[in-house]
Design a protein around this ligand. Structure first.
Ligand SMILES: NC(=O)c1ccc[n+]([C@@H]2O[C@H](COP(=O)([O-])OP(=O)(O)OC[C@H]3O[C@@H](n4cnc5c(N)ncnc54)[C@H](O)[C@@H]3O)[C@@H](O)[C@H]2O)c1
Ligand SMILES: O=c1ccn([C@@H]2O[C@H](COP(=O)(O)OP(=O)(O)O[C@H]3O[C@H](CO)[C@@H](O)[C@H](O)[C@H]3O)[C@@H](O)[C@H]2O)c(=O)[nH]1
Length: 657
């Protein structure tokens, strides 16, 4: 029986007050000062038993659907989780050795849940032998949308909701085509009583559209709709999903709505403490997501306005961020000045908020939020102007190198990347070459994207016809260059370099659920095991791994040196074999040596050696120490620091004025 399919499931009388949630879009839902989370749990469990969810289907196998489903499956071994997508290529990748997106920790989580594991015994140094049971696979990827939806107790809607580009509301409103299409497919296939969860970011009151669509296709069939927006950030998706600040669940305030919310809460409570699960009404939940993104982006624009002041006064934006971030009311996060925010979310979600305000005739509110985007564009333009001004106003005959093409570190996502806009602006000044390197973006994918982005212009921009070349080697990209531009905050580009990063499955931050057993007890949690697997310092495998695919010996390099062998990916011999890849898989072609190179810190000394004088570095992400770099022979300009590097401090010279 599905979670709300008992005798009272069709009872929609309001358990909190006598005013049911309005179905009229122009009437706001009733507000309440009642402790909704508490009541939701109590009422739901009193009136409708929360039936154990056995089958979840996630529609949309993208940056959100894939990782979210993987973590739900990882922590709920008894729930069958299937991610469906109509994009055959994407599903094929999820079923291969290379998930279609790069996220630290994703492969480990996917391998455990998608492939299942061996039972293993391991000796933990200084402790004892831990026995780890085998587990069956419970994460699946499929293109059979109708079949997988029809079997699910809970269906997540995790499809794309970009900005509408034509027609009424173009450039601001949300394009609902994918969401509507997926909702229609779900409406036709879902079993009666299924819970439909909006995971996608949607305009406020979208649940009403979902409800109407269900009613059109399946009149009279009971379905409950929840809003459960996702707050993960790319590059830290797995860390964020494993340790969420909060899980937000919006539901209608009926018995059935509250029971559905409680069913979803059960799924999350496998690893998230219930105190972190916030339940609100549907419209608050939908709107909270837009507001959270708008306010995060607003902080970035705020600090970026300060960076412009710093460059002209000699104040240092990082010092200011440090100083103000100590104020507990302000907090230290999202105060890193840079090239401005990119990515598929911030701009489109602010635009969605702006559009909402406009449609509500709140022009001042719309203008206020629009300014966050205006400042973002101002910041990017300022940076390019600074580059061109320092190169005496012309790029003709010069090679300009770009380090970082992804919109932020630790992801290969290039959607709305600041780098794309910078490249467009640089092109206008006719450099002889724009050389692009990103440690995680496959050069062929970047080239494909550039072709697509400029397709309408008819211009051939890629070498040999045009000035753009994409490199898989950072040193080649910077060779003979007049200026290196750091556009993505990859740690690999820092100077001085960072020390080693911690495992994201670190045992000190294993889960938000209070541990009921010792962290390394005889029945360790899945997270304990992943921590052990990813930190070989703590573990010693009981026997050599038959399935370990990483090379065990060092790799000879063309310059005669040897790369150290990569750390074993399966020190506990737990993984089962991965599925094979299709012929011509680009990621296989990239190979393991390139994987090692992608993780290596840049040797700035080597770059200095091969650049053209005066060896300009324009740091758009505040990653390098100016004086240290100057000692290597570079001339450095950093966002938010006085123009002219340490020269300005010595001579009062300001190149930007
Ligand atoms: N990317 C993020 O970091 C992030 C974080 C939080 C929330 N969100 C929100 O989550 C949603 C999804 O974002 P994303 O980045 O994962 O998008 P995405 O484009 O990476 O993935 C969406 C997937 O949905 C598939 N799809 C579309 N219509 C379909 C249908 N009818 N049936 C089956 N599959 C269909 C597409 O083929 C695509 O693979 C958006 O609303 C976004 O705003 C994104
Ligand atoms: O102090 C900062 C922090 C971020 N950025 C930039 O801002 C952009 C967005 O970064 P981030 O928010 O970390 O990544 P997203 O994946 O876009 O995540 C945002 O958008 C998601 C999609 O809605 C939300 O789920 C997340 O909570 C929200 O952080 C990137 O270009 C960053 O380089 C800065 O310039 N300075």
């Amino acid at each position: 029986m599905s979670p709300i399919m008992d005798s009272s499931s069709s009872d929609t009388s309001d358990v909190l007050d006598q005013s049911p949630v309005s179905t009229n879009p122009s009437t706001p839902p009733a507000t309440s000062t009642i402790d909704l989370p508490k009541l939701a749990r109590e009422s739901a469990t009193e009136i409708l038993p929360v039936v154990k969810v056995k089958n979840i289907c996630c529609v949309g196998a993208g940056y959100v659907g894939g990782p979210t489903a993987a973590v739900i499956a990882f922590h709920n071994p008894n729930i069958r989780v299937t991610v469906v997508d109509k994009d055959v290529g994407r599903i094929r990748k999820w079923n291969s050795q290379h998930p279609p997106i790069h996220e630290p920790g994703l492969n480990e989580v996917v391998r455990v849940a998608r492939d299942g594991t061996n039972a293993t015994k391991v000796f933990v140094e200084g402790d004892f032998t831990v026995e780890m049971p085998a587990r069956k696979q419970n994460l699946f990827f499929s293109t059979d949308v109708a079949k997988c939806v029809s079997e699910a107790d809970i269906v997540f809607l995790s499809v794309n909701t970009p900005t509408k580009m034509t027609g009424i509301g173009a450039g601001a409103a949300t394009n609902m085509v994918a969401l509507e299409g997926a909702t229609r497919d779900i409406a036709i296939a879902a079993k009666p009583g299924a819970i439909i969860v909006e995971k996608s970011t949607v305009p406020c009151r979208t649940a009403q559209i979902v409800r109407d669509t269900l009613e059109v296709h399946r009149p009279g069939v009971p379905f409950e709709i929840l809003s459960n927006p996702e707050f993960l950030a790319e590059g830290t998706a797995i860390k964020d999903l494993l340790n969420p600040d909060r899980i937000l669940i919006g539901s209608s305030r009926t018995k059935a709505g509250l029971a559905a919310a409680a069913s979803l809460e059960e799924v999350y409570s496998a690893w998230v403490d219930r105190s972190r699960i916030v339940t609100v009404n549907l419209w608050s939940s939908e709107l909270s997501k837009l507001v959270a993104n708008a306010m995060l982006a607003q902080r970035i624009s705020s600090i970026n306005t300060v960076s412009a002041i710093c460059e002209k006064t000699g104040a240092d934006v990082d010092e200011i961020a440090k100083a103000i971030g100590r104020d507990a009311r302000l907090g230290s996060k999202f105060l890193k000045a840079g090239l401005g925010f990119g990515g598929s979310c911030f701009k489109k979600d602010i635009l969605s908020l702006v559009y909402l305000a406009q449609t509500l005739n709140l022009e001042e509110v719309a203008d206020y939020w629009m300014q966050v985007i205006t400042i973002n564009e101002f910041q990017r333009n300022r940076f390019v102007k600074r580059v061109v001004a320092n190169l005496h106003g012309t790029l003709i005959g010069r090679k300009i190198s770009i380090l970082g093409y992804a919109f932020k570190k630790d992801t290969s996502d290039t959607r709305e990347s600041p780098a794309v806009e910078v490249v467009k602006s640089l092109l206008a000044d006719n450099p002889s070459e724009i050389a692009i390197f990103d440690p995680r973006c496959n050069p062929e994918d970047v080239k494909d994207e550039i072709k697509r982005l400029f397709a309408t212009t008819g211009l051939k921009l890629l070498k040999p016809d045009g000035p753009i070349e994409v490199y898989k080697d950072s040193y080649e990209a910077c060779h003979d260059s007049s200026a290196v531009l750091i556009l993505t905050e990859w740690d690999q580009f820092r100077y001085p370099p960072l020390k080693e990063k911690d495992s994201i499955f670190h045992k000190d931050a294993p889960s938000t659920v209070a541990p009921t057993k010792p962290t390394l007890g005889r029945t360790p949690s899945e997270l304990d095991i992943l921590h052990m697997m990813t930190s070989s310092r703590h573990t010693k495998p009981s026997s050599p791994s038959p399935n370990n695919s990483t090379p065990s010996s060092s790799t000879p390099q063309t310059d005669g040196t040897e790369l150290a062998p990569p750390l074993s990916t399966d020190p506990l011999n737990r993984y089962l074999p991965e599925p094979g890849c299709a012929d011509g898989c680009r990621d296989c072609e990239r190979g393991q040596v390139e994987e090692v190179i992608a993780n290596e810190n840049l040797e700035w000394e080597r770059i200095a050696y091969s650049m053209r004088k005066p060896k300009w570095v324009f740091d758009g992400r505040g990653l390098v120490d100016v004086e240290g770099m100057e000692k290597l022979g570079f001339r450095v300009e950093v966002i938010g620091k006085a123009a002219g590097g340490s020269r300005s401090r010595l001579h009062g010279f300001d190149a930007d004025r």
